[in-house]
Design a protein around this ligand. Structure first.
Ligand SMILES: [Ca+2]
Ligand SMILES: [Ca+2]
Length: 456
């Protein structure tokens, strides 16, 4: 065997070890293990098989460490990029600058199957909806998971790895409307596709009808990874869809920079006031009427914006874009933005040139914050700006984490700069964060739990 093939073998063995120990991130499975995870309809079945698209992108001699170091209490050496720090449009009053709190996680529910998202129907019923990656939306009621799911579409979801039922969004005034939106991967005519669909409740608000599906938007996925998967309604009432770059590694099709391609973008469509079956284009989308650009695009240059959220108080948008080999990033878009930002990928990874290297960063919107893929940090999971009432010390803090290391950080603007702090070594597989109607923030543990952020 050549040295190269020995290294590859060593890497595959290592990757299998990673799989058995830490599972598989819905956001970044293949960046972690460099192998696709196959297993239709079952999150428990993780059968790695080599794939032509799964080109190892990390030297086999430098595998990510798989055991979070308990002694690692220091903030990872993160290099702020002063030139990349946008002036926040809405900063907390600088004089109100409480000390960083310590946080902890309180278990709300366990026994879930590969949960990846949650939503609060907000009608004061004490229910929360939790998305299971294989294709079910479960109802959590007073700490117990209902035996009957709100919806089961495992028959049309292709799971798992970075595929599956990946995201949920409830429209404004959900209780009156009686429908919700899902983002999932499916297969049609032998092609992997992302589907954004609307599902309606039955007369029973605890049961949605799988046959009520209205497909809003469909696009092909050239590779099994980087399918994005989030959905969020903006303060403008439009639906924002994070579309990954299509997959493989390094964006081989250069899709994220191609404004004629739907992949590698943040999309913005009107699903509520336009055509009720599908969608219309908001007239003020940045590329409306331009040639060689899709009118659905709100922003571009994204790699895999797995999780993103709007600050419910300010309307600012935080996008966590999963990195390639070196840098995980948080992009900040002020509520005043009129769209059209180029977040850099694949020209840049974080604030660093990726392809080409060296590169011209003119016109790029560089991250508000980035952290290196060191100390087991490997795949960023975006969270929420805390706007709850229970923990005043967290007010205005953007909480986010890393799927692999389980670390949770806080990021907040202070005097026009970003301040970042490690808040917890959770050792959880943080697949997502959630926010309830009261503004309390939750952590979704891919291993099967839903937890609430608390200040002990
Ligand atoms: Ca893909
Ligand atoms: Ca970027």
């Amino acid at each position: 065997m050549t040295t190269k093939s020995i290294r590859l073998m060593a890497f595959i063995l290592f990757a299998l070890a990673v799989l058995s120990l830490s599972g598989c991130s819905p956001a970044e499975a293949e960046e972690i293990i460099h192998l696709p995870v196959v297993g239709k309809g079952s999150s428990a079945t993780v059968t790695p098989t080599p794939s032509p698209s799964a080109t190892p992108t990390v030297p086999a001699t430098e595998p990510p460490t798989i055991t979070p170091t308990a002694s690692s209490t220091a903030t990872p050496s993160v290099t702020p990029t002063p030139s990349a720090t946008p002036a926040p449009s809405a900063t907390p009053t600088p004089t109100v600058n409480p000390a960083w709190p310590t946080i902890a996680l309180a278990t709300v529910a366990s026994g879930l199957s590969s949960p990846v998202d949650m939503a609060d129907p907000g009608e004061g019923s004490g229910r929360l909806f939790v998305v299971e990656q294989t294709g079910r939306v479960r109802i959590l009621r007073n700490g117990q998971i209902d035996a009957t799911p709100l919806l089961d579409i495992t028959d049309r979801v292709r799971c798992c790895g970075e595929r599956g039922l990946l995201g949920i969004a409830l429209p404004p005034n959900y209780a009156q409307k009686g429908y919700f939106y899902l983002n999932y991967t499916t297969e049609a005519l032998g092609k992997l596709q992302t589907r954004i669909s609307r599902f309606h409740l039955t007369a029973d608000t605890d049961i949605a009808d799988p046959a009520s599906e209205q497909i809003v938007l469909v696009y092909d996925q050239p590779f099994s990874n980087h399918n994005g998967g989030g959905l969020a309604f903006g303060p403008d009432g439009y639906l924002y869809i994070g579309a990954g770059d299509g997959g493989s590694g390094g964006d081989p099709g250069n899709r994220a920079q191609n404004r004629a391609d739907i992949l590698g973008k943040m999309l913005r469509i009107d699903v509520e006031t336009g055509n009720p079956a599908t969608y219309t284009i908001p007239a003020d989308n940045p590329f409306v009427g331009q040639t060689n650009a899709l009118p659905e695009i709100w922003a571009y240059g994204l790699r895999n914006p797995w999780r993103y959220s709007f600050d419910r108080q300010t309307g600012d948008l935080f996008i966590a874009d999963v990195g390639q080999n070196a840098w995980e990033e948080i992009d900040f878009q002020p509520a005043s933005s009129s769209g059209g930002e180029n977040y850099g990928w694949r020209i840049t990874e974080g604030s660093h040139c990726y392809n080409p290297d060296p590169c011209d960063k003119t016109g790029l919107t560089l991250p508000a914050w980035e952290y290196p893929q060191t100390d087991n940090n490997r795949s960023v999971t975006g969270g929420f700006v805390y706007r709850g009432a229970a923990w005043p010390a967290l007010q205005g803090v953007y909480l986010y984490g890393d799927y692999v290391s389980g670390r949770i950080w806080g990021l907040r603007p202070v005097d026009g700069r970003w301040e970042n702090r490690l808040l917890l070594e959770s050792n959880r597989n943080i697949s997502s964060f959630g926010q309830d109607a009261a503004g309390e923030v939750y952590v979704v543990d891919h291993a099967g739990a839903l937890l609430r952020v608390v200040v002990p």
